[in-house]
Design a protein around this ligand. Structure first.
Ligand code: F6P
Length: 499
């Protein structure tokens, strides 16, 4: 089996374990099962850029580098999270562009490519993740790496006219095209990327989700990130009986729980959500004292100005909501900004009557899928979900809403809180059916299989992959060679696991 080399900004560390968030959930299981090399940032900031630290755990080698303070500020805080994150989430008004940050972002990517180079073997499959590393494939190619390279974007890809707001982005789109396969969460993200590639890189669309760029062909694909639904369901059912979860349940005194869980992030629509909650109690006062909301919004990226500003606004709004509506022995909102561990969140989700997941824009949103998996199938809660979350494409049993419309959110909350058991079960079944046979492992394997296909027989779109399909460079039409002849030896196990 070809060794898998995953490259991501965050890497699980010996002390802190897996980092929070969707990327870790998606990759942890795959790497545990398959083994390989996981390369990226150690999570530490050091006085000077030192060497690589390698740690072996299970079947995985974790190789990490530290960032200097300047790199952390400019690459991670200012450019990745201060420019690319808002831009890709179609919130360009939050972006603070500075050319020096863009330069350091590129330098860190180049340094990562240089550090990874000596660790690579000729038959490795390289899989790069997320917006921190958009130019990494190009930086590897510039150093002579001819291995198959796949790239997966965990966040949305905005439309080309939004992206044009950051001067650097055209060049980044061109760099992304150095990969052989580019994966996205939804069809919409893929279409936005293809349009940006046409605009910024003079790429030409080919049938079957491919782009022709110069004499090369780059494949595009949609690979929605998944959770382990059965594992999460078991966890939720066990943790719902934990002392902490039982304490939450007792504190409700029979009221319905509306639950929101995320990082405190401008894309999550937290202020709008408080507006929706206020509208619920104002429009439908029957829920006063009969429902309450717990919002867990774990503090995140607090060195980025827009995150600090959001925290201040949320503190103000949450305080005002409670001050306006609370009574001596009841309050509409409990607001927690401490991170709560994932197992306990699973238990809380099972006790919730409503899962309120209303991002203004989100690549996928795994909390939406976790809410579904955590429910008791005989008495499930209802998911109220933003139509701008990638998960809305799959979870068709949810009540989908526009997160900018407080009244629509309030109507959906009212409907969810009052929903009869039969309809709750029917909606939950539809959501469960969309996730029950999927897993991070299946997701990862399908990406790896597509990467192998893209680099071995990439000019023949739907031909089934065979072990000996390595022979000659593929062509389209009569004599136009569309891919570089990078034909690595394929080891069969990857090929047969095409699920
Ligand atoms: O794709 C977005 C992501 O990388 C997720 O894995 C996670 O939700 C989050 O961002 C982590 O952010 P950070 O690494 O900045 O803490």
């Amino acid at each position: 089996m070809n060794r898998l080399v995953v490259v991501s900004n965050r890497v699980p560390t010996a002390t802190a374990g897996a980092p929070a968030g969707g990327l870790a959930v998606a990759l942890d299981g795959l790497m545990e099962k398959r083994g390989g090399l996981w390369f990226g940032w150690s999570g530490a900031v050091a006085a000077s850029s030192g060497g690589i630290c390698v740690r072996h755990d299970g079947g995985v080698d974790y190789a990490t580098i530290d960032l200097t303070q300047d790199e952390h500020d400019r690459y991670y805080n200012n450019f990745a999270n201060g420019v690319l994150w808002p831009l890709l989430h179609t919130m360009p008004e939050l972006m603070q562009f500075d050319r020096r940050d863009a330069r350091v972002y590129r330098e860190v990517n180049a340094r990562m490519a240089g550090a990874l180079l000596p660790l690579l073997r000729p038959t490795d499959l390289v899989w790069v993740h997320d917006y921190h590393l958009l130019p990494l494939a190009a930086a590897l190619r510039a150093r002579g790496v001819s291995n198959p390279i796949g790239f997966f974007l965990h966040v949305p890809f905005a439309s080309a006219d939004v992206l044009a707001a950051a001067p650097e982005v055209g060049a980044l789109v061109r760099d992304m095209l150095a990969a052989d396969l580019l994966g996205f969460q939804t069809e919409n993200d893929l279409a936005n990327f293809a349009a940006a590639a046409e605009l910024f890189a003079e790429a030409r669309r080919l049938p079957g989700n491919a782009l022709e760029v110069g004499h090369r062909r780059v494949r595009l694909g949609v690979f929605p990130v998944e959770i382990d639904p059965h594992g999460f369901a078991d966890l939720a059912s066990a943790m719902a009986r934990s002392p902490e979860a039982m304490r939450l349940r007792r504190s409700l005194h029979g009221q319905h729980l509306i639950l929101g869980v995320e990082r405190l992030d401008p894309t999550k629509g937290l202020l709008q959500r408080l507006g929706g909650l206020r509208a619920l109690f104002e429009q439908s006062p029957k829920w006063l004292r009969r429902a309450t909301m717990l919002q867990i919004a774990a503090t995140s990226r607090k060195d980025v100005a827009s995150y600090r500003a959001l925290r201040d606004s949320l503190d103000r709004e949450a305080g005002k909501l409670n001050a306006d509506l609370a009574e001596a022995d009841w309050q509409p909102l409990r607001f927690v900004s401490r991170a709560v561990n994932r197992a306990l969140v699973a238990g809380y989700l099972r006790h919730a009557r409503v899962g309120l997941v209303t991002p203004l824009r989100d690549g996928m949103n795994l909390v939406a899928k976790e809410f579904v998996a955590a429910q008791d199938p005989t008495d499930p809660g209802v998911l109220v979900l933003s139509r701008f979350a990638g998960a809305a494409q799959q979870l068709t049993g949810a009540l989908t809403i526009n997160p900018h419309d407080a009244h629509e959110m309030a109507d959906a909350l009212d409907r969810a809180l009052a929903m009869p058991l039969a309809e709750r079960c029917e909606r939950w079944q539809a959501c469960w059916a969309a996730i029950e046979n999927r897993s991070p492992l299946v997701w990862g394997r399908s990406f790896v299989a597509a990467l192998l296909r893209a680099t071995t027989i990439s000019a023949v779109p739907d031909l089934p992959l065979r072990a000996n399909d390595q022979a000659k460079p593929p062509t389209i039409g009569t004599d136009m060679v569309l891919v570089e002849p990078r034909h690595l030896p394929i080891m069969l196990p990857d090929v047969v696991n095409l699920n």
